[in-house]
Ligand binder design. Structure first.
Ligand code: GTR
Length: 325
């Protein structure tokens, strides 16, 4: 009996949650590659609740998680053409399209998570978000993706030299290919959804990501050696199609922008907790974590900066980021 009523309560909650998004007059469809419960997915759902409340039910958001609408590169194009309204994506896949996004995607550009958050919350962050507009997108907020490190199925990485000749998947951007090559390893760009089986079948030796992705995409099952070199802190970004944006009244645009800003606080809280939880989980499941000296990794990035930061506009962004204390 107790069991039955528990089930009933769960069913009612599920139905009312579903109605939550659906009962708004206009439901914006938002894509995310991560599974339900992931900090980015939950933050966009939270934003949807704020939006619905603040527009008195005129707008809501439905999050299509787990790459239901496709891999990031494809969904970005669909958002640009207005087929999907919104997208929570990494900065990485935008690098070929929007030059300003390459700057926060550079290896070791941020000194720490605090530095990154301070930069993104300030003028530099505002300028990078504004750079999306000429490309059919309005960028609403940055979310946190923490630091990314290498992991592999073969051996612990105790120093930069241990990476020699190894094959790593990277996100589809030239910066990451050049970064891996500069470290003496080989890069294979591929969509996120293909990484698990590529490691399992030995097509690649490993990949690089933060603890929550390493955990939730189950890469930890097939690549037990995680090395905490923290070479990237690529921010996540939440964008809306310019076509969907233009359908909103100026008042509703202001509400959406503010609600997106408010959801950042929530996302960071969820992120900090998830990072700890995922790290503990993978360690308990048998992953080993090594901590190589970062300096040789940092030194090896000079040619990557030389190649990708030539435009004075980008040089200026790099200098402004470095100046943020
Ligand atoms: C994750 C990020 C995703 C995606 C993925 C990847 O950390 O949240 O948006 O970019 O990495 O490596 O493709």
């Amino acid at each position: 009996m107790l069991h039955f009523s528990k089930l009933t309560a769960a069913a009612i909650t599920a139905v009312s949650l579903m109605m939550g998004a659906a009962s708004a007059e206009t439901v914006l469809r938002s894509s995310d590659t991560h599974p339900d419960g992931y900090p980015t997915v939950e933050a966009v759902k939270y934003l949807g609740e704020l939006l619905k409340e603040r527009t008195a039910g005129r707008y809501g958001i439905e999050v299509f998680h787990s790459a239901q609408l496709g891999e990031e590169k494809d969904t970005i194009e669909q958002v640009r053409s207005g087929v999907i309204d919104m997208n929570r994506v990494s900065m990485g896949p935008f690098n070929g399209l929007i030059p300003e996004t390459t700057v926060p995607s550079l290896p070791y550009i941020f000194r720490s998570v605090d530095h990154m958050r301070k930069v993104l919350d300030g003028d530099v962050g505002t300028d990078i978000l504004a750079a999306f507009e000429p490309h059919g997108l309005v960028a609403l907020a940055f979310y946190d993706g923490g630091a990314r490190s290498f992991y592999n199925s073969k051996k612990p990485i105790a120093s930069k030299e241990d990476l020699n000749g190894m094959k790593f998947r990277v996100m589809q951007s030239d910066i990451f290919v050049d970064m891996v090559n500069a470290l003496g390893a080989n890069a294979t760009p591929m969509p996120y959804g293909e990484v698990y089986s590529a490691i399992e079948t030995g097509v690649i030796d490993g990949a690089e990501n933060n603890f929550p992705s390493y955990d939730t995409a189950k890469h930890a099952e097939v690549a037990k050696y995680y090395s905490l070199d923290e070479h990237l802190m690529v921010p996540e970004v939440l964008v809306i199609s310019k076509a969907s944006w233009d359908k909103l009244s100026p008042e509703d645009q202001t509400i959406l922008r503010q609600a997106a800003k408010d959801s950042v606080i929530k996302q960071r809280e969820l992120w900090d907790a998830k990072e700890k939880e995922s790290r503990a989980k993978v360690e308990a499941a048998g992953s080993t974590i090594s901590t190589p000296d970062k300096q040789p990794f940092i030194d090896a990035m000079v040619p990557v900066y030389e190649k990708h930061v030539t435009d004075p506009k980008l040089k200026d962004l790099v200098a402004r980021i470095k100046a943020v204390q």
